[in-house]
Design a protein around this ligand. Structure first.
Ligand code: HEM
Length: 472
């Protein structure tokens, strides 16, 4: 299929990317008679046997004649955002989740409604995180390397690990981190004013989350440039790639970058176990009162998780935030008129609207009916947070509007609740508030001058770069 081009560059007063009407919808390979892009098993049919051919065709209920998108088609993820949103709205209108074939007998059921994503998140005994939450299935060597990353664990194994790493997020440490966040945010804006960069991601949004986590962990300065480089390298290869070689892929090259970073951090951990300091790595590797501590490999896995889950996500949320404020000057004016009064709402609305993590997967562990379908053990479901966050049933009548006064705002940007709910949600909100406070009160007229250069990933709503300007 034709991959629609990215939207036009935003001029100083250019249009919002989501509102540009000049694109043909990314229809995927859906059938014109309303059938799904890939034929699913009938609602009560057993899970597709990976060894057999594609599951038997069945026609989901829904609007007759609607063309359904193919979520496994990389072109779908590279199409302009408004086309994806329209496609998800069509999927939400169906009576049952659609089946998305990923090839070679693999596939998943797409959970796209707010209520379904929330329910699946809160039933970990039914919708398990093991063997992995990324799509497609991680390769065996990836599981061997990242198998003990907490996102991929369930039950007591997960609870034990989460309890140990929760030491990073105690009120005392978070209060210390908050003071640090304010100082780092101020320094980034000092540098911005002095150096006058024109690209926001490298100069501003990527710096804060990386520096905050490295400070919390006690990563020595000399390691940081290399870590920044490896994080970029790793995330660049997660999800869908653009261009001729576009295909769904596991982040092979990226994971190797993470693996090197893991070894580096594991080395620091071994050193801190011998010579403990007053930092988080020392706290994590030295046993607490319960005798619990992270091994060197677990420490490396946790650090990699923080880099992907905590740095990338926050950097993307901040970058989308600037684009959103630029495109909605009324909301920006409102925020500036009373920053402390509106900041909490603005940050959550930025996260809802941009949904930095698009989806995570679960594997069905026990039979369960949800969203009009009975799921069987072994089947895969994918929780599409990006769709849940635009569900008209919760955010109507205009779920696509950017409204910093939206209240309540029960978005699922940090997950749908349950045991894996984002550990860093508070920290991320603090970072975003601190940086936008500096950005909106010190320079004048800070705004994006181009459209976000989106990576076209099916995993995270990643922005490679965003041109911007400001006056002193
Ligand atoms: C805007 C920024 C962020 C977004 C949108 C985000 C989103 C998410 C999502 C969707 C999950 C999965 C929840 C689930 O499966 O139910 C998650 C998990 C997680 N996040 Fe975040 N996150 C952000 C920032 C952070 C930060 C700053 C940190 C740490 C410094 C962090 C650490 C984690 C960890 C450790 C997990 C795994 C928790 C577990 O498996 O028990 N996140 N995050």
């Amino acid at each position: 299929m034709t991959i629609p081009a990215q939207g036009p560059a935003r001029g100083p007063d250019g249009p919002h990317p989501d509102q540009d009407p000049g694109h043909r919808p990314a229809e995927g390979s859906g059938t014109a008679d309303g059938g799904p892009a890939t034929a699913p098993p009938a609602p009560d049919q057993a899970a597709p046997d990976p060894a057999s051919a594609a599951p038997a065709p069945a026609r989901p209920a829904g609007k007759p004649g609607a063309v359904l998108p193919d979520l496994a088609d990389p072109a779908f993820w590279q199409a302009p955002p408004e086309h994806r949103l329209a496609a998800f709205a069509r999927l939400r209108a169906l009576d049952t989740p659609v089946y998305v074939a990923e090839g070679r007998g693999r596939g998943h059921w797409a959970l796209v409604r707010h209520a379904d994503v929330q329910e699946a998140s809160r039933l970990p005994k039914v919708f398990a995180s093991a063997p992995g939450v990324t799509t497609p299935e991680p390769a065996r060597w990836v599981r061997a390397l990242f198998g003990d990353s907490m996102v991929n664990l369930d039950g007591p194994d997960h609870a034990r690990l989460r309890k140990v790493v929760q030491r990073a997020f105690t009120p005392r440490l978070l209060a210390e981190a908050e003071r640090d966040i304010d100082a780092v945010a101020a320094r980034i804006v000092d540098d911005m004013l002095a150096e006058r960069p024109d690209e926001f991601v490298a100069a501003v949004s990527s710096r804060l989350p990386l520096e905050v986590i490295c400070n919390m962990m006690g990563i020595p300065e000399e390691f940081r440039p290399e870590i920044a480089d490896r994080v970029n390298h790793a995330s660049e290869n997660i999800g869908v790639e653009r261009g001729l070689a576009a295909r769904l892929r596991m982040p092979g090259r990226g994971l190797r970058a993470l693996a090197r970073m893991q070894r580096m951090v594991a080395g620091i951990g071994r050193e801190r176990r011998r010579n403990p300091a007053d930092d988080l790595i020392s706290a994590l590797v030295c046993a607490n009162v319960d005798g619990q501590a992270l091994g060197a490999r677990q420490l490396g896995a946790f650090f990699s998780l923080l880099m992907v889950a905590g740095v990338e996500t926050t950097r993307n949320a901040i970058t989308h935030g600037l684009a959103l404020l630029t495109d909605h000057p009324d909301q920006r004016d409102l925020l500036v008129s009373d920053f402390d009064g509106y900041a909490d709402g603005a940050v959550d609305e930025m996260i809802r609207h941009s949904t930095p993590i698009i989806q995570f997967r679960r594997t069905v562990a026990a039979e369960h009916s949800l969203g009009g379908r009975t799921f069987r053990p072994g089947e895969k479901v994918v929780l599409y947070y990006a769709s849940a966050n635009r569900d008209e049933a919760v955010f109507g009548p205009d779920p696509d509007a950017f409204d910093i006064t939206r209240s309540p705002n029960p978005h699922l940007g940090f997950g749908g609740g349950g045991p894996h709910y984002c550990l860093g949600a508070h920290l991320a909100r603090q970072e975003m508030k601190a940086l936008f406070r500096e950005l909106l009160t010190r320079p004048r007229d800070l705004r994006a001058t181009g459209l976000p250069d989106l990576a076209g990933s099916n995993f995270d709503n990643r922005v490679r770069s965003l041109k911007f300007t400001f006056t002193d």
